[in-house]
Design a binder for this molecule. Structure first.
Ligand SMILES: [Zn+2]
Length: 63
């Protein structure tokens, strides 16, 4: 028997015969989906704006 913890509430639930897996119940599933939709879950996005190294442009003409 496989036991599994509901990712929403942590209650132990089973996969087998569970239409709401990996959640324990429809409630948890809906809540979780709702959170996703409302953006409560934020996927950590690394917004690192890596600027490309500045290429040596056209330098002002040397005398
Ligand atoms: Zn649950």
């Amino acid at each position: 028997m496989r036991e599994h913890s509901c990712p929403r509430c942590g209650r132990k639930t089973v996969y087998q015969g569970n239409p709401f897996r990996p959640f324990c119940s429809e409630r948890c599933k809906l809540i979780d989906l709702g959170h996703w939709v409302s953006g409560d879950y934020r996927v950590p996005v690394l917004e690192t704006e890596e600027k490309p190294p500045e290429k040596p442009g056209e330098e002002p003409g040397e005398p």
